[in-house]
Structure formats: structure tokens, C-alpha cells
Design a protein around this ligand. Structure first.
Ligand code: GTP
Ligand code: MG
Length: 606
């Protein structure tokens, strides 16, 4: 049973690599074939040396001087040198071929992995940490390349050299061959045990490397927090722990290798001793000529070296096995949220009718309920606000619209069609989202605004920057729209980042615009400017605004108040004031009046 599983796995990595060698398979098979050829050719020197010694022997015993046999001597010598040169040329081109194929396979896998990661859903990003994914795309992938270029080549190298030599030995003298090779089964046994012992060590080693990279990545991107809390020492110690742990895992892996290495080395070193003893006896009793013995002894390395190499190869192979498992996990992963088959294409704009129909949702497969039976309707062109205490599920709610997550129950519809039925890219192209956690790319401000539509002209970029009240501060920057903002928008204030993020969302001219707390960090005056300009946009769209400020919500066509994953109140600003519930309390609190006055205002205004 165990064997079957192992074999299936073995087949699958081979098939996986083979699949990624597309276009270069003939070259790779040729390289393997040529590896066998040049290893067989390794027997040339000892063969011809043996023949030359025999020529000397014959001339000494028969009394005929060697000069009479000069032609044969020169022929043997020339063949020996000529064929060695041919062998070296083959080795050169074979190595180049392995490198070429492995680099192409690596390139192909890396592109595929990147594409795979790009199309993953939020659950995937919740599960895998950035440092871990980076390790899989770099270090782990390089171990895979090393396997194609070096490990497989070395396996073919060792086995072909070993087999060719063993066959040659048997042809020359079967009894001596058996004596010399009698030791090999023991060596295979040791190597098998080593394979078993090292597999787990390499798995741990890859995990530790990923942990180390994750620590570094989080530390670098979180450097401001580290500095703000003056936690450099703490971070240093934390890193030191990961580093030590990685170093120890490395040492442990090496120790495992060193435990088996002496046994392998001893077996390899025993070979010349056996040859000396058995060969010596065979020469004494006339079974073997000196020439044959020379051939044997010149070739004993061709048996000993593959034996030595096998341990090393196994070590490298286990490294590959652990790394390839990690790479293939991502390679074979499937995004949970994808376009369904025969999905509805909708490259045109939506009218903008958004409906939530008894939507329930929870993270981690529903284990943590976040949205409970939400039903709401937003008419085309309306501006609605969603308000509610922190953590009540507002962001989770709006993430259902571009399908960052799918509801467990109920459905979300745009223009009467379930969002699951639309082609995913068409759906998302139609939605402009300014997320709560603003992320800008290391690019110019213009590049960041035009991120969703590279064909945007500079004039249009300026237009959307104006709508988002970003124009003024951008103009003040030394290089204006060409100013490069750092990773995550370093160099900009929170409110500035929010305004660029708003301009970016507007620039795709969405038919549904979602603003998740997008004006929380801008002052009231700027907020008013943004509100006014959003009413002037030259395209029709439905707008959903998550906000905490009454100054934002009160101008909306409708307000949904959320509490603990439910819609607890809905209506216009006036209606909700008159209701005297959560919203009215919030108004009283933010306006500095009492609830009774708010209720009174609401009732009078309706
Ligand atoms: P604020 O933005 O703070 O106003 O909160 P919100 O109303 O937008 O809440 P959100 O929808 O972000 O979160 C609702 C609940 O879901 C909270 O209890 C969060 O802890 C939880 N939550 C949010 N995102 C995740 C996630 O990615 N994984 C898990 N497991 N829980 C999450
Ligand atoms: Mg939120």
C-alpha cells in the first residue's frame, strides 16, 4: 500500500516535470542518451591502456621489439586520444542541453505559478503567507531546476557508468567481477536507509526556510510599526530564533548525511582492496594477465565513484522531493472562485441594480458566521451608505459583490443575474473598488491612478485626480504625477493615499462604485469636495459607500445600518432619525445633540 502511494507520487512529479519540458523533450532525451554514451566511452582509456600494456608484455615475452609493432601501438594511442576528445565534446554539449532544458522548464513553471497565484481567491491568501509563497517561487523552484539539470543527469551518469563498467568487468573476468561487485548490495541497503532518514529532515528544512523568509518579509513591510514601538531588539531576537532554527535544521540534515557518509565511503574504498587481493591471486594462478589487471584497476573508480555519488544524489533528490512537493501544491491548487462554465459574458456596463437575497456567509468555511440572512436592494444610479459598528461585517458584505467570497446561502445579483453566473473578469471590470486597506504600487502616481486602464490619457488621469480632490497635493509634489510612490504608498499621508485609491477606482469608469471607508482620513472640507464631484461624473453608476461619518451618510438615497452581521435598520437619513434607533443615536452623538432632538428633526422632516 505504502509502495503504491510512493510510486504514484513518484510518477506524478516525473509527469509534472515532463509536462513542463514541452518543446525541449527531444533535446532532454537526447542529452540522457548522450550521457549514457559518454559514460560508456569512459571505458576507452582503460581499454586502450590495457591493450598498450599487453603490446609491451607480448614484445617482452616474444623478444620481438615494439618498433616492429609500431603501427598498432600508434593506432591504439590515437584512438585513445581521439575518442577522449570526442567524449569531452559530448560532455560539453550534454551539460549545455541539461542547463538549457532546465532553465526553460523553470521559466515555464514560474510563469504558470505566478498566473496561478494571481487567479487565486481570498481564502488562498488567508492560508499562505507572502514569505512562504515567495520561497516557493524562488528557492524551492530552484531546487526543482537543480533536479532537472543535475540530479537526473547524475543518476543517469552514475548508473550508466556503473552498469557499463560492471558489464565490461564481467566480459573480462566474471569471477573477478563478482568479487568486486559483491559489496554493492550492502551499499544499496545503506543508501535506502539514508533516503528514509533524510526525507523528513529536508521537509523540515524547507519549512524553516519559508518561515525565515516570512519573518524577513513581514519585518521589512512592517518596518514602520517596528520603529514606532522601538521593537528593533525584539525583532532582532525573533529573527535570530528563526535563523538559528534554520541553521540547526541545516546542521541536522547534514548530520544525517554524515552518519551514513562514512559507511558509503568505506564501501567505496574497499573496492581497490578487494581488487588487489582477488586480482593479485588471479595473476599468481595465471587466470589474469597484467594488462587485464591494469584495465580493471584503471576502471575501479568507475564502480567506486557512482557508489560514492549515489549517497550525494539521494541527498539532493530528497531536497528536490521536499521542494517539489511545495511547488506542486501551488501548481495543482485550484481557486475556489472562478468563472463557471458557459459564464455570461458582459463586457458592457451594468445598469447597476444590486440585490442581496437572504445572503449568509462566514469565514473558514462558515465556522465564523459574519453575514446573517442579509436582504437588501440598491436601485440603478442610487447612492447608498452602509454604516455599523466596527467588525459588524460591512467589508465582508461588499466583498460579496466582486466575488472575493461567495455566500454560503442566498445570492447576490447584479441586474437580476447572480454574480456567480457572470464571467469573473467582466464582473470585476465593471466594479470600481477603493479598499479600506489602501495599497499603492511602487510606481508613479499616474501609473497608480491608471492601474485599471493602461490606455488612460494623462488628461484623464488629471481629471480623475481632480474628482478625488487629489489634484492639489499632487501638483505640489516636485515631480507631480511622475512622483514615484514607494511600496504600499510610502511617502504619502493616509488621506492622500485614500484619494489616489479613489481616483484609481473612478478611472475605470465603473458601473458600480464601492468605497470602503475611503474618506475616513480626509478632512470634512475635502470630503465635501469629493462628494460634490462624485455627483458630477460623466457616467452613470451605482454607489455603495461604507462610512462612519453622518456627514457622508446623510446625503445618501438610502442607509443600511448593520449590526452583528444583520441589517438592523434601513431608510433615508430622515427616516432613520425619526426611528430613534442605532442610527439616530449615532447622529445625536456625532452632532452633539440629544436623541429626542434627532427624533424630532426626523419626524418633522419626513
Ligand atoms: P470595520 O472595517 O472595522 O468597520 O469592520 P467591518 O464591519 O468592515 O468588519 P469586517 O467585515 O471586516 O469583519 C467582520 C468579521 O469578520 C470580524 O469579526 C472579523 O474578525 C472577521 N474577518 C474579517 N476578515 C476575515 C478573514 O479574512 N478571515 C477571518 N477568519 N475572519 C475575518
Ligand atoms: Mg471594514
Amino acid at each position: 500500500m505504502d509502495t503504491t502511494i510512493r510510486e504514484t507520487k513518484k510518477k506524478s512529479w516525473m509527469r509534472w516535470l515532463w509536462g513542463n519540458m514541452g518543446g525541449h523533450r527531444v533535446l532532454y532525451v537526447t542529452a540522457i542518451f548522450m550521457t549514457i554514451v559518454y559514460n560508456i566511452m569512459q571505458l576507452i582509456v582503460p581499454y586502450f591502456s590495457g591493450r598498450i600494456v599487453t603490446l609491451f608484455e607480448e614484445s617482452a615475452s616474444s623478444g620481438i621489439p615494439l618498433s616492429d609493432n609500431l603501427n598498432e601501438f600508434i593506432l591504439n594511442l590515437s584512438l585513445m586520444v581521439g575518442l577522449t576528445l570526442v567524449r569531452i565534446t559530448i560532455v560539453y554539449f550534454t551539460c549545455m542541453a541539461y542547463e538549457y532544458v532546465s532553465q526553460h522548464a523553470l521559466y515555464k513553471i514560474r510563469n504558470f505559478l505566478f498566473d496561478k497565484i494571481e487567479h487565486q481567491d481570498m481564502n488562498f491568501y488567508n492560508e499562505y503567507r507572502t514569505g512562504d509563497l515567495m520561497t516557493r517561487l524562488t528557492g524551492d523552484l530552484d531546487a526543482v531546476r537543480h533536479n532537472v539539470a543535475w540530479v537526473i543527469k547524475s543518476v543517469v551518469d552514475s548508473f550508466s557508468l556503473f552498469l557499463a563498467t560492471a558489464i565490461y568487468f564481467f566480459i573480462m573476468d566474471p569471477l573477478l567481477a563478482i568479487c568486486v561487485l559483491s559489496i554493492t548490495p550492502l551499499l544499496f541497503l545503506v543508501i535506502l536507509r539514508f533516503k528514509k532518514a533524510s526525507a523528513e529532515k529536508h521537509r523540515i528544512l524547507r519549512d524553516k526556510l519559508s518561515g525565515l523568509n516570512t519573518d524577513v518579509q513581514e519585518n521589512i513591510s512592517g518596518n514602520r510599526v517596528v520603529k514606532a514601538f522601538a521593537r528593533e531588539q525584539y525583532e532582532k531576537e525573533k529573527f535570530n530564533r528563526s535563523n538559528t532554527s534554520y541553521a540547526e535544521a541545516n546542521m541536522d540534515t547534514q548530520r544525517t548525511w554524515l552518519r551514513y557518509f562514512p559507511a558509503i565511503e568505506t564501501f567505496a574504498n574497499l573496492l581497490p582492496v578487494i581488487l588487489l587481493l582477488a586480482g593479485g591471486m588471479f595473476i599468481i594462478n595465471g587466470r589474469l594477465t597484467i594488462g587485464e589487471y591494469v584495465s580493471f584497476s584503471m576502471l575501479i573508480w568507475a564502480i567506486a565513484n557512482p557508489m560514492r555519488m549515489l549517497g550525494n544524489i539521494m541527498n539532493e533528490f530528497q531536497r528536490f522531493a521536499a521542494a517539489s512537493k511545495k511547488v506542486m501544491e501551488i501548481y495543482n491548487s485550484k481557486a475556489g472562485i472562478v468563472s463557471k462554465e458557459n459564464a455570461i459574458r458582459h463586457p458592457d456596463r451594468f445598469k447597476g441594480l444590486i440585490e442581496f437575497d437572504h445572503v449568509s456567509f462566514g469565514y473558514e468555511g462558515g465556522a465564523v458566521p459574519v453575514l446573517r440572512d442579509i436582504t437588501m436592494k440598491v436601485e440603478p444610479g442610487q447612492t447608498v451608505a452602509v454604516i455599523g459598528e466596527t467588525g459588524c461585517g460591512k467589508t465582508s458584505l461588499i466583498h460579496m459583490i466582486p466575488r472575493f467570497y461567495d455566500p454560503e446561502q442566498g445570492e447576490v445579483r447584479i441586474d437580476g443575474i447572480n454574480v456567480r453566473d457572470y464571467e469573473l473578469t467582466d464582473l470585476r471590470h465593471n466594479i470600481g473598488l477603493a479598499t479600506q486597506d489602501v495599497l499603492l504600487y511602487s510606481d508613479t502616481i499616474e501609473g497608480n491612478i491608471a492601474y485599471g486602464d493602461s490606455s488612460l490619457s494623462s488628461d484623464e488621469v488629471v481629471k480623475y485626480a481632480k474628482y478625488s480632490a487629489a489634484q492639489e497635493f499632487i501638483d505640489k509634489m516636485p515631480e507631480g504625477y511622475d512622483t514615484i510612490v514607494g511600496e504600499r504608498g510610502v511617502g504619502l499621508s493616509g488621506g492622500q493615499k485614500q484619494r489616489i485609491s479613489l481616483a484609481r477606482a473612478l478611472a475605470i469608469k465603473p458601473s458600480v462604485l464601492i468605497l470602503d471607508d475611503t474618506t475616513s482620513a480626509v478632512d470634512m472640507e475635502t470630503e465635501k469636495h469629493i462628494r460634490d464631484s462624485l455627483n458630477e461624473l460623466d457616467f452613470d453608476y451605482t454607489k455603495i459607500i461604507i462610512a462612519q461619518r453622518i456627514s457622508t451618510t446623510k446625503y445618501c438615497d438610502k442607509i443600511f445600518v448593520m449590526g452583528d452581521g444583520r441589517i438592523i435598520e434601513e431608510g433615508t437619513h430622515k427616516e432613520l432619525c425619526a426611528k430613534g434607533g442605532y442610527y439616530a443615536n449615532l447622529v445625536a452623538l456625532q452632532m452633539g445633540t440629544n436623541l429626542a432632538d434627532v427624533e424630532k428633526f426626523g419626524k418633522e422632516a419626513i
